[in-house]
Ligand binder design. Structure first.
Ligand SMILES: C[S@@+](CC[C@H](N)C(=O)[O-])C[C@H]1O[C@@H](n2cnc3c(N)ncnc32)[C@H](O)[C@@H]1O
Length: 456
């Protein structure tokens, strides 16, 4: 008979546990903790007492101490599922994401149908930016609990979080789509169905599907966002083109001829143009493709992209670009942080044109190499006003007679917004004068900067 098993010690331990439970019930958590520890000191029913103590420590907002209690329990029962689950959540609370994932993965391995544990593992993976794994787990949990709105919300939240807001309107942009399809068909018509087509930035797979429908039998696509790539694979298969289109979940810079591409591509189709042309790194991507992935005479779609723009005045937009006196204080210094580029909806925002349309920057995407540029552009002013900057849009040339633009006068709710490039300060101008600006790019952003007039 051990010491605890003596009738006196046993009844003493039982009484201590009863006292601890009663204190716990009454909400006297500090006293309950002391009582639980006394019970544990007597080694009485530790597997029952430790979860109570750990839970209590959690309520006292003492995650480190709770973790010690869960570890103590796991030392006794290494596969204790509640302990592993709670340990995982506690580690997550403490910001120890990788350790939390290990603990929760063990729970899910032990309880493959525990939707709560699967969902919690997904939450932690999402926090660790492992979004595709998280999404798959949320879907798995949802299959177990189809009516669980929390899980549905998480599936939708993660999917939406991986895809920028403009993606759906872009796919619904019929003039854009028609222009790309016309150019793709013309290119395949010229090079034949055996031409190798490379689609960089597959998105939904739309341009690859157009190429396959247009007769291309060898289409290789890549999409660097894994969740979108998985969706493109699904959509390509669902539309019956999986035998002609292969989607790789990779950035184009990780493709190689001899691996994903059997040989250099004869046709490049790629729509990775941001509203200001450059911020999706179109120059780096096209240069890399020319250098490593394309045949020397490859057709490139689009072949030229231009940033177009005009000088504007706007009371509304001025409030986004400048700040001065506010509530009787001078806050003008904060203007140093004003956005240089402000996406705007050209037809919904009030602004007035102070010049004709001008080509600001022209990118010939057939060129193998691009340098940063900067040049003086003289803008003839056509109306008097307070010029706050340049409203810019794009014009792309895809094939002979096939162009597309999002000119603010005629373009509604497509994939591209127009962009206000605000000046550091507003400039009063009058009709008939000329305003000089420096225009160019640093390869990833447009540069538009007002200049003093040139000396006569
Ligand atoms: C503007 S969307 C176009 C999608 C589709 N091609 C279309 O036209 O509907 C561009 C997509 O390209 C992807 N992307 C951008 N640069 C990429 C690159 N270098 N390699 C692979 N994917 C890229 C982005 O993640 C995004 O999903």
């Amino acid at each position: 008979m051990t010491e605890l098993e003596t009738p006196d010690r046993l009844s003493e331990a039982r009484a201590a546990l009863a006292e601890a439970l009663s204190l716990h019930d009454r909400g006297d958590l500090e006293a309950a903790e002391a009582a639980y520890r006394q019970v544990l000191a007597q080694n009485y029913r530790p597997a029952d007492v430790l979860p109570l103590l750990a839970g209590l420590l959690g309520r006292l907002s003492r995650p480190e101490d709770a973790l010690v209690a869960w570890d103590h329990l796991l030392a006794i029962e290494p596969d204790h599922q509640v302990a592993l689950h709670e340990k995982g959540l506690t580690l997550h609370w403490l910001g120890r994401t990788e350790d939390a994932i290990v603990a929760l993965e063990r729970v899910v391995a032990l309880e493959p149908d525990n939707a709560t544990a699967i969902g919690n593992l997904a939450v932690v993976l999402a926090d660790a930016k492992r979004n595709l794994e998280a999404l798959r787990l949320f879907r798995r949990a949802l299959a177990l609990q189809p009516d669980n709105l929390h899980l549905r919300h998480q599936v939708r939240r993660l999917g939406a979080g991986a895809v920028p807001f403009w993606h759906i309107p872009m796919m619904n942009d019929v003039p854009r789509n028609d222009a790309f399809e016309a150019a793709i068909r013309a290119a395949i018509g010229q090079r034949g169905g055996e031409a190798r087509v490379l689609d960089i930035g597959a998105g939904s797979g739309l341009l690859s599907l157009m190429a396959a429908r247009g007769g291309a039998r060898r289409v290789v696509a890549c999409e660097m966002e894994p969740m979108i790539a998985e969706m493109a694979q699904h959509i390509v298969a669902a539309n019956g083109y999986a035998d002609r289109v292969t989607v790789h979940a990779k950035p184009s810079t990780e493709l190689t001829v001899g691996a994903e591409l059997e040989g250099p591509a004869d046709i490049l189709v790629s729509e990775i143009l941001s509203s200001d042309l450059l911020t999706e790194k179109v120059l780096d991507t096209f240069e890399d493709a020319h250098r490593r992935l394309l045949s020397p005479d490859a057709i490139v779609i689009p072949r030229v992209a231009s940033a177009m723009g005009c000088l504007v005045a706007s009371e509304n937009l001025a409030d986004y670009a400048f700040v001065g006196d506010v509530s009787g204080f001078d806050l003008s210094a904060f203007g140093a942080f004003a956005p240089q580029r402000l996406p705007i909806h050209g037809t919904m925002t009030g602004w007035q044109r102070l010049s004709d349309d001008l080509e600001l920057v022209r990118l010939d995407l057939r060129q193998k190499k691009h340098d940063a540029t900067l040049a003086r552009l003289r803008i003839p002013v056509t109306a008097a006003g307070r010029a706050i900057g340049i409203v810019q849009w794009m014009h792309i040339d895809l094939w002979d007679g096939v162009t597309f633009d999002n000119h603010p006068n005629g373009y509604h709710d497509g994939g591209w917004l127009q962009v206000l490039h605000s000046f550091p300060e507003a400039i009063d101008v009058t009709a008939g004068e000329t305003l000089d600006i420096a225009v160019g790019h640093d390869r990833i952003t447009l540069i538009l900067w007002p200049l003093p007039p040139e000396p006569a």
